[in-house]
Design a protein around this ligand. Sequence first.
Ligand SMILES: [Zn+2]
Length: 279
Amino acid sequence: MIVDCHTHIWRAEHWSEEMNREASIARGAPAQIHITEEEHWKAMEPATRAVVFGFRCSHLGLSVPNELVIGYVNQHPEKLIGFAAIDPYEADYLDQMRHCFETLGFRGLKLAPIYQNYHCMDPRMLPVYDYCQSRGIPVLFHQGTTFPRRAPLRYARPVDLEDIALAYPGLRMVIAHMGHPWMDETTVLIRKQPNVYADVSALYYRPWQFYNGLMIAQEYGCLHKLLLGSDYPFTTPGETVQRLRRVNEVTGNSGLPQVSLQAMEELIERDTVSLLNLS
Ligand SMILES: [Zn+2]
């Protein structure tokens, strides 16, 4: 079983000019801001299951209708799992959340405080965590850096999620991209908070950081808390699996310690559907 816990879908019209421009500057090439269902579906071929979400971010301007996401998920319910997105700057964000879970059939929630411009313990978010904990809904946080100039780094630190983990101990949380570049913070958090996990999406194209992040997790005995994710369209599950198997290539014949390839196979095959209560 291969579960990709981190994939996006959106259309060009959901991106503001600012986000489009900043993404292109960061990547040195035009960003992939238009994804069709067909393209997404084809890229998911190697995956057994895939989590799909949009984005809701009024601060920078990238707002994807949850209806678009669930419409696609409902075309392939045997494989796709929908995560809703909400933005506390939208006055009806709590109503949107209830609608997503109680009517539309979403299974998890995607939040991105650095993009959305709030601290993860902002009082507006506490009813959200309470609701998700009581219903067994996992929350995937983009809790790490990102490229837009107006995305505040003060809201990005993975360690800030510890207060949520202590206040809502039953809430399952996933830290996207291992909280890059603060993978050490992410590791020490997932090590001691039983319901906090991290995904390895969109890391392999920085091979030294990828190797180091996995090595830190290995040395702290946390590789079992890492989940497979691609961050499609920025990478694909197929390529991510291949790069996990080749993680040690960056060390050449330096004599540096090696990430366990057996553990990488276990990561690739991890049953994230059960771990996050998505079945
Ligand atoms: Zn992402």
